[in-house]
Design a protein around this ligand. Sequence first.
Ligand code: PGU
Length: 465
Amino acid sequence: MASGMLSLTCPSSSSLSLPHHFKGGAAAAGKPKLLNQASVFGKRFVNTESFTRTTMAVALNVSRFESITMAPPDPILGVSEAFRADTNEMKLNLGVGAYRTEDLQPYVLNVVKKAEKLMLERGENKEYLPIEGLASFNKVTAELLLGANNPLILEQRVATVQGLSGTGSLRLAAALIERYFPGAKVLISSPSWGNHKNIFNDARVPWSEYRYYDPSTVGLDFDGMIADIKAAPEGSFVLLHGCAHNPTGIDPTPEQWEIIADVIQEKNHIPFFDVAYQGFASGSLDVDASSVRLFAARGLELLVAQSYSKNLGLYAERIGAINIVCSSADAATRVKSQIKRLARPMYSNPPVHGARIVANVVGDPELFNEWKEEMEVMAGRIKSVRQKLYDSLRAKDKSGKDWSFILRQIGMFSFTGLNKAQSDNMTNKWHVYMTKDGRISLAGLSSAKCEYLADAIFDSYHNVS
Ligand code: PGU
């Protein structure tokens, strides 16, 4: 609209001393709709004293942000936006990794409600937290990750800082790498959670990929992974998914983790774990932390970003932490001080609500046990729809196609192997919303919808190339 106004009201755009990029934009206008609007304004401007001033005001209506182009929708969160806009009653949102009940409703854990009730009863205040976050949260989060009696904690060798959930914690670590390991590369699995690359790009940390997924076996390309970690420059950061690899749902075996640790140690790399699904892979918090604990027990220095979005269902509370295990208490103190320094100008200090919930749940033996039970229920529901989806596909598909990889994958997701065109068919024809890499979130599936989903997958796989 602003462009059209300018083309009719200004004798010449140069008289307004516009910056160069505005002139081109204004002159290039001329859509009929714009001209109609402009003619109304043109009449109003005739013979008025304020012509120049008004025109100036109009000129300023040309946005300074003209050169900013439209960003593409987010590959994961954008799927939810598209889902909301769909009016078909069969629609199914399997895009974002967010747990739903059997009725496909969001779920607030009972232990979270109890923890919040406690907080209200205590009448807690809303004062700023320290930059590093809530002390009681930082204590329990490191204990949950490494085990309560881990000597690393007792020796104060773990620098823990509360972060804005998993993403914010990864971002803090990326900033630390950028500042103190200039030029060091982060190795990211191929494929990985889509936001990993964005995080390191924005922090200006170089990254490259290591092989991870083998489409021919729909399993782990372990040899490729090891070869790529070996070939990386000494002292690289190796980003590892602690459990329930996103998007593939394929984790290394305990024996493979040992070999990965060997190679990382040989090459003087620094392991960097992303733990977004502790408890969600196996249903056990301890089992799901075993990869991290294995590396820590070897005396390696390592980084671990944690998230409570999934396992406590605290998605919007943005609660998580960055833990840096150091070789001495002194190093941990210094590292922590620098992470705080990075956090302060980014967001000053973290929010308190989610931190209190976690501290109350993990710090109270009764609530802690109840949480574990609820987590088993959530993990169990996902396992049961995984089985049912597989059973439906197997019953429908007589082509000899082996769908058993669905059962071997763990965690919230199934990596179906559907390509982009097939994934598009899932959405456009069947109203099944999913990411374009072929990932479906089983946490958003009910057993009642398994049959329908199997029909959609069967059709997309066999009828779309
Ligand atoms: N790391 C991994 C491996 C993840 O899958 C996710 C979330 C995060 C970190 C960050 O989660 P926070 O909520 O910041 O703690 N992945 C989900 C959620 C949607 C998204 O992309 O943020 C997903 O659907 O992949």
